[in-house]
Ligand binder design. Structure first.
Ligand code: DGP
Length: 113
């Protein structure tokens, strides 16, 4: 049985989101707790809990998510941005449906905390 998450509910339109992109493989929407002026999440329609669970057969999907994230960042007129995938609780993952953060619109520090 696959576990229900807040993102699976967003995918099923059971809860609303501020959507910025959608196609047959993924959707993207604004993060509810933005950490920068632009903070968008790209999530696959396929239920994958995290990068730990990806399989070789997800290669095209993962490539697609990265290409979509770059397209969205450019549409948001970002010159610089960070793409982040938190994997596991101690890395900051709170929602166990794979997602790419697109964070930009301010100077970003390195290393992250
Ligand atoms: P992570 O910590 O990497 O698992 O990121 C999860 C992000 O999801 C976090 O930045 C907050 C965001 N988030 C959680 N619940 C919701 C929600 O209901 N709507 C939206 N738009 N974002 C959410």
């Amino acid at each position: 049985m696959t576990e229900e998450t807040i993102f699976s509910k967003i995918l099923k339109r059971e809860i609303p989101c501020d959507e910025v992109y959608s196609d047959e493989h993924c959707i993207a929407f604004r993060d509810i707790q933005p950490q920068a002026p632009v903070h968008i999440l790209v999530i696959p329609r396929k239920t994958i809990a995290s990068l730990k669970e990806v399989e070789t057969s997800d290669k095209n999907l993962l490539g697609h998510l990265m290409i979509v994230s770059a397209k969205i960042a450019k549409e948001q007129e970002l010159e610089n941005w960070r793409t982040v995938i938190n994997t596991g609780e101690e890395a900051g993952q709170t929602v166990f449906h794979l997602h790419i953060h697109i964070i930009g619109g301010r100077k970003l520090l390195w290393p992250p905390g």
